[in-house]
Design a protein around this ligand. Structure first.
Ligand SMILES: [Zn+2]
Length: 111
């Protein structure tokens, strides 16, 4: 069991940081035995990178939704609306995939 720093984001996302201390079972210098234990947890004040990306995509999606609503009222924009709706579906599924990854990461024991 070797000790590592641990970074934790407010949303529950985390990652291993620097290697801190070797355990007595490991005799090779600079090597780790493969079982990581937390030496220190550092709380990150900002949202994690993934939340940030999800947020950006979500905002783009909201913007598109507003545009489509406006174009519907204006009429005569069917081609643009269809094109945007295709993009929205793609964006929506990307956001879904990212959330699944994000949640999986939160519950993972090690990476
Ligand atoms: Zn996050």
């Amino acid at each position: 069991m070797c000790y590592f720093d641990h970074q934790l984001w407010p949303c529950g996302w985390w990652k291993w940081g620097n290697f801190r201390e070797q355990c007595p079972k490991e005799y090779r210098t600079g090597e780790t035995c493969g079982l990581k234990l937390i030496f220190n947890t550092y709380l990150e004040p900002e949202p994690c990178k993934m939340c940030d990306q999800i947020d950006k995509k979500q905002r783009r999606l909201n913007k598109m939704m507003e545009d489509v609503r406006r174009w519907r009222n204006e009429g005569n924009r069917r081609a643009t609306i269809e094109k945007t709706e295709t993009e929205m579906r793609a964006l929506n599924s990307q956001i879904g995939t990212m959330w699944v990854e994000h949640e999986a990461r939160k519950n993972a024991i090690s990476y």
